[in-house]
Design a protein around this ligand. Structure first.
Ligand SMILES: [Zn+2]
Length: 450
C-alpha cells in the first residue's frame, strides 16, 4: 500500500506485508501541503502491524515524517545507513524548527515527538544497516538488503526476499554517476516485482544534454557574469545538489576555468557538507579523495543581513537554498533583488515543481515582469536567467535500463507526477510486452504475488 507518494512526489511512504511481517519503507513530508495532508496516511493501514521501518535516504520527502510514525509505532525496528542517520540529525532538526511555521497549531501540538527536545530520542532509535548489507526479519523468513541507489550520500534501494519471491524497491535512484555520488548498483539476479521511482519518466529536452556539456555551459555563464562585474545566484537543495555543485565549482576554480571569487554557502548546507566529508569512504561515493571543507566558502548572511551582502558589490557565486525558491528561503528573498540587476545571473541547476516560485523565475524571459510567492508587486526581469540540468534522478532511458536488467513480471510506478508515470508506463509496455504495470493509489491494497 502506498501511504503517500502514489501518483505524485509527496509524503513518500510504502507498506509491504510479507509473510505476516509488516515493513514500512520511508515516511516523508509533502513539500507543498500543510496540516495532516502533508503526512503519510498511516491510518489507512487499519490493523496491519508495522514491524520494521526502513528509510531509503535523508531527503525530507522520505524522512520528514519519521517522528510522526514513531509516535504511533514506538517499538518498530528503525533502519537506515550510517550516512542517512547522520544526515537525519540535521534534516529533522531543520524540519522540527520549520514545523510551527508551516502547519496549523493543532497539528504541531499533537506532534509531541517532533520537538527539538524530543529529536535525540528519535535519532537514538535508528539502527544502522549499511549499503551492501542484509538483515533477516521475522525470525529469518524475510531478508532485506540495501543497495547503493546513487542520488545522494547514503541513499539505498531495498531488495526484499521471502519464500523465493524477490521485490526491489528503487528508492530515489540514478544509474549515472554524479561528481561526488556514484551510480546505483542493482541486484544481479532478476526480481519478480520492481517498485520504481519515475521522476524523469516523461521526455525532457534538458535530459538530452550531457552532464559535461551542461557543466561547460554553466562555466560559460559564470565567466560572462563575473566578467561584467555581476554575481551568480545558484538555487540549490541543501542536501545533495549543494555538495555536487560546490565540488564542480571547486574543480573549475582549481583548474583555472573560472576566476577565484568568493563562494557563498548557507549554514545548514555546510553542516551537511561536513557529513559528506565524514563519509569519504562511503560505498555511495565515486571516490574519497577530496573534501568539501577544502573549498573556501563564505557564509550567506542571515535574513536581516541578506540585502547588505557583499555579493551585491563584488563579483561572487552564491549557492543558496532552496532549489525551488520556496517562500522565505534565501534564494527566494535574494531573487527579488537579483532580478532587477542586468549584469547579474540566476542559474537553476535542477528540477522545479510548476507550483513553486522557482518554476516561475526559471521560465521568465528578460524584459518580462513577474510575480511569485506572496509578493505584492511585480518584479522586472532584468538579470540573466538560465536553466541547467544536473539531475540526481535516473533519466528516462536509465529507468528503462533498470527494468531491462531486473526483468520483473510486475512494475509498480511511484514518485512521479501522473504525466511522467503514464509516459514511462507506456514505454515499459511497448518495450517489454506482457509486463504488468501499476500506479498505486494512496490508501489502497495491491497484491504483488499474483
Ligand atoms: Zn531524494
Amino acid at each position: 500500500m502506498a501511504l503517500g507518494g502514489g501518483r505524485e512526489i509527496g509524503a513518500n511512504s510504502f507498506y509491504y506485508g510479507v509473510g505476516g511481517h509488516g515493513i514500512l519503507v520511508d515516511a516523508g513530508l509533502h513539500p507543498e501541503k500543510t496540516g495532516w495532508d502533508a503526512f503519510p496516511k498511516i491510518e489507512a493501514l487499519g490493523g496491519a502491524s508495522v514491524d520494521s521501518f526502513l528509510v531509503t535516504h535523508a531527503h525530507t520527502d522520505h524522512l520528514g515524517a519519521v517522528p510522526f510514525v514513531l509516535q504511533s509505532h514506538p517499538d518498530v525496528d528503525l533502519l537506515a545507513t550510517s550516512e542517512t542517520i547522520a544526515l537525519a540529525q540535521i534534516m529533522l532538526q531543520n524540519s522540527a524548527s520549520l514545523l510551527p511555521k508551516q502547519h496549523p497549531r493543532e497539528v504541531v501540538d499533537a506532534l509531541t515527538n517532533y520537538s527539538l527536545a524530543a529529536l535525540p530520542e528519535t535519532i537514538a532509535k535508528f539502527q544502522p544497516l549499511e549499503l551492501g548489507a542484509s538483515r533477516e526479519l521475522a525470525g529469518g523468513d524475510v531478508k532485506v538488503t540495501y543497495y547503493p541507489s546513487g542520488h545522494i550520500l547514503g541513499a539505498a534501494g531495498i531488495l526484499v526476499e521471502s519464500d523465493g519471491s524477490r521485490v526491489f524497491h528503487t528508492g530515489d535512484t540514478s544509474l549515472h554517476a554524479q561528481r561526488i555520488v556514484g551510480g546505483a548498483k542493482l541486484p544481479h539476479e532478476p526480481v519478480d516485482v520492481l517498485v520504481s521511482e519515475s521522476t524523469n519518466g516523461v521526455v525532457d529536452a534538458y535530459l538530452t544534454h550531457s552532464r559535461e556539456r551542461e557543466l561547460e555551459r554553466l562555466i560559460e555563464t559564470i565567466n560572462e557574469t563575473l566578467a561584467a562585474e555581476g554575481s551568480v545566484l545558484i538555487p540549490v537543495f541543501a542536501l545533495g545538489k549543494l555538495q555536487e555543485m560546490l565540488a564542480m565549482i571547486g574543480d573549475a576554480m582549481r583548474a583555472g576555468k573560472i576566476p577565484t571569487v568568493p563562494v557563498y554557502t548557507g549554514g545548514m548546507g555546510r553542516k551537511i557538507s561536513e557529513v559528506y566529508d565524514q563519509f569519504l569512504m562511503s560505498k555511495s561515493r565515486v571516490n574519497g579523495l577530496d573534501t568539501l571543507s577544502e573549498i573556501e566558502q563564505v557564509e550567506i548572511p542571515r535574513r536581516d543581513g541578506l540585502f547588505g551582502g557583499k555579493f551585491f558589490r563584488e563579483p561572487s557565486i552564491l549557492l543558496a537554498a532552496s532549489g525551488m525558491m520556496q517562500e522565505s528561503t534565501g534564494s527566494y528573498l535574494l531573487a527579488q533583488r537579483w532580478l532587477r540587476l542586468p549584469h547579474f545571473a540566476i542559474c537553476f541547476v535542477g528540477y522545479t515543481d510548476p507550483r513553486t516560485p522557482g518554476y516561475i523565475v526559471s521560465h521568465a524571459e528578460r524584459g518580462q515582469r513577474i510575480r511569485f510567492g506572496s509578493m505584492k508587486r511585480d518584479v522586472p526581469v532584468r538579470c540573466r536567467v538560465e536553466r541547467f540540468r544536473f539531475s540526481a534522478h535516473a533519466r528516462r532511458e536509465e529507468l528503462l535500463e533498470i527494468v531491462r536488467r531486473l526483468q520483473p513480471k510486475k512494475v509498480v510506478l511511484t514518485h512521479g507526477d501522473e504525466k511522467a508515470m503514464a509516459a514511462f508506463g507506456e514505454l515499459i509496455l511497448d518495450t517489454f510486452p506482457g509486463t504488468i504495470v501499476t500506479a498505486p493509489e494512496v490508501g489502497k491494497w495491491y497484491s504483488l504475488s499474483n
